[in-house]
Design a binder for this molecule. Structure first.
Ligand SMILES: Nc1ncnc2c1ncn2[C@@H]1O[C@H](COP(=O)(O)OP(=O)(O)OP(=O)(O)O)[C@@H](O)[C@H]1O
Ligand SMILES: [Mg+2]
Length: 357
């Protein structure tokens, strides 16, 4: 099902939780809503579920405005962070519960619950109570219950936040495969950037109720539209250096404390404009003095097995970057660095927008 949010806002008494949200989601897409706590992710999901109504704007399912459509009339499946399983019901009845509400006859209900249980590999657990299941199995019951109605839209609110790290990785593969197999348009809320990057076709990054960027994981990472997105994605995070633009011998350069770098692409901005240079840790290399554009002092070395993570000071700024295990490097050593010039980012100091995209 195609979903469209047009100029959607949600006001709670004196708090504007969502501000002029626009999203166009294609049939069968897996979308993540990603952002820090309180940015409005769950509020958006609740509006899609029909549990909240937008204060302004419209939500479309295909070409129908659904703002006032009751949750039960939307044919959606939802998994909450807490799973919200019924503790007194066995797995079969938990999964079949939405069908009971629709007054589906018992026999059909049980058949369809068994089918949904098979999808999430729970067919051997149908007669257990939730308390007799592991966290991952409970999560799969919640998933089966969301799928049993064959929904047009699947809404997942932090569905894996109660699972341990290893199980999370397994479950994200499982959910992703199931979603592709069933081809259900899915919107998942998470504050875990790795989870979003691993699962989503496209990610909407939210901050303070506003969309910062809606794009593929790859483009969000390589072409962040602004400082918020650039800082939010990536671990270790992007490095930032304060600098200003100037022209020398017809070339445009950016200069700051301890560095001077020629730009590949000319910015139509006056000399002395203050900017922030952004370089991802994997896009910076240790080079000889004459190849270097940045001077730094090594402050820490972490051996990560496959490579070394180096911390260094450039003027007052701290940066981190990776070197191969073979590279000999010592704490306190002065070094020269050079970024891959087509992988640098330049952000305006004033508004934080990426000046190169
Ligand atoms: N029913 C409500 N009444 C008043 N304010 C609310 C209500 N629900 C949410 N809010 C506020 O709206 C903002 C967005 O809340 P929301 O639950 O959507 O955040 P979230 O992005 O899901 O955060 P988290 O990652 O912590 O779950 C918050 O500031 C929250 O306090
Ligand atoms: Mg939430």
């Amino acid at each position: 099902m195609n979903i469209r949010l047009e100029h959607v806002s949600k006001q709670f008494s004196n708090h504007l939780a969502i501000h002029n949200l626009n999203l166009d989601i294609r049939d069968g897409e897996f979308i993540c809503l990603l952002g820090p706590s309180g940015c409005g992710k769950s509020t958006t999901l609740m509006m899609l579920a029909g549990l909240y109504q937008p204060t302004k704007g419209n939500i479309f399912f295909e070409d129908q405005v659904v703002n006032h459509l009751e949750p039960k009339d939307r044919n959606i499946g939802m998994v909450f962070q807490s799973y919200a399983l019924y503790p007194h019901l066995i797995v079969r009845d938990n999964i079949a519960f939405p069908l009971k509400q629709q007054k589906v006859p018992k026999k059909v209900r049980h058949e369809r619950a068994e089918e949904a249980a098979r999808l999430v590999r729970l067919e051997n657990f149908l007669d257990r109570k939730p308390s007799q299941l592991s966290g991952g199995q409970q999560q799969r019951v919640a998933m089966a219950r969301a799928l049993v109605k064959e929904p047009d839209l699947l809404l997942l609110d932090e569905p894996m936040s109660n699972l341990d790290a290893r199980l999370k990785i397994e479950m994200r593969d499982e959910i992703r495969q199931l979603q592709k197999k069933l081809n259900i348009t899915t919107i998942m809320v998470t504050h875990d950037q790795e989870e979003a990057m691993a699962m989503a076709d496209r990610i909407a990054i939210l901050d303070q109720g506003k969309i910062q960027q809606f794009d593929t994981p790859e483009r969000l990472f390589t072409q962040p539209k602004n400082l918020f997105v650039a800082k939010f994605l990536g671990n270790p995070p992007m490095n930032f250096l304060d600098g200003e633009l100037f022209i020398e011998n017809g070339d445009q350069l950016i200069r700051g404390e301890g560095f001077q770098l020629k730009l590949n692409k000319r910015l139509n901005l006056p000399t002395s404009t203050k900017v922030k240079l952004g370089i991802r840790p994997h896009e910076m290399k240790v080079v000889s003095e004459d190849e270097g554009s940045i001077s730094a002092i090594v402050t820490n070395i972490e051996h990560l097995g496959r490579e070394q993570l180096i911390s260094a000071k450039i003027g007052k700024h701290s940066v981190r970057f990776f070197v191969e295990n073979e590279t000999k490097i010592k704490i306190g050593e002065p070094i020269h660095l050079h970024p891959k010039t087509d992988a640098i980012h330049i952000f305006s100091e004033e508004m934080g927008e990426n000046l190169l995209v």
